[in-house]
Write a protein that binds this ligand. Sequence first.
Ligand code: ATP
Length: 249
Amino acid sequence: MTLFSTRGLVKQFGSLRATDDVSIEVAPNEVHALIGPNGAGKSTLVNLISGMLPADGGSIVLDGVDLTGMPPHKRVRAGLSRCFQVTNLFKKATVLSNLMLAVQSHRGSSFLPLGRRDGEAELIERAVALAGRVGLGSELDRIAGSLPHGAQRQLDVALALAANPKLLLLDEPMAGMGPDESARMVELIQLLRRDMAILLIEHDMDAVFRLADRISVLVYGKVLASGNAEQIKSHPEVQAVYLGSEVEA
Ligand SMILES: Nc1ncnc2c1ncn2[C@@H]1O[C@H](COP(=O)(O)OP(=O)(O)OP(=O)(O)O)[C@@H](O)[C@H]1O
C-alpha cells in the first residue's frame, strides 16, 4: 500500500537537471530514507515535495490527493509537514508560546482568538501535549533559543506535528548533534512512526540504517538504488559512489 508517491519528478536549473525522473514511494508508517553525496539533489527534492520549488515535470500524490502545483500551506493542510534543516523557531519566545502559535496557525476555520478563555485552554492543552510527545514536557517555560541544539530540533519536530501530518518530512534532523542527542532523535522518530509515515533525509548512516525500512540513494538527481538496509549496504554501485569503505569497515 502506498501513502505517498512522486512519479517522474523533474527539476531543471538551466542546463543542470537537479532532479531527474525521480519516483519514490512511502507506505503508511514507513520510514523511507533518502541518502546521497553532496549535491546529489536531496534538498531540491525536499523543496519540490514541500512546494518551495515548482516542479518542471512529474507528479506528487499524498493519500490520493494530487499535491503537484499546490502552494506549500495547502500541502501542509493536505497532511504533509516539514521540519527545517535551519530551525524554524521563535528563539526569543518560550517553548509553550512557540507551540501555541503553531497549533493556532493550523486551526483553520475552528480558529478562536487567543483572548477567548475556552479557545486558549484548548490551545494550551494541545501545545502541552505536543511538548510531551517530543520529550520537552518539562521545558515549557524555557526560552526556545536557550535550549541545547538537540532540544531545539525536538521542538522543531513538535512544530511540524502541530499540523497533524500523514507524512513528516525530516530534513537532516541529526545535523550538528552529538551522539546522545542523535540517540534521542532516533528514539523520537521510532515513536512518531507509529502514527505517521516519515521521509528522512539524513547523512548519519548509523541512524539511517537503524531507522529506515527502505532507503533510496540519489546520485546526480537520479535514484540509483532503492531497498532495505542490507540491500543498500551490499549494492556495488552504491558502495562505489557513496558508502565506500564506511560500510565495509
Ligand atoms: N537554485 C539553484 N539554482 C541553480 N542550481 C542549483 C540550485 N539549487 C541547487 N542547485 C544545484 O543542484 C544540484 C543539487 O543540489 P542540492 O542542494 O539539491 O543537493 P543536496 O543533495 O541537497 O546536497 P547537500 O547534501 O550538499 O545539501 C547541485 O549541483 C546544486 O549546485
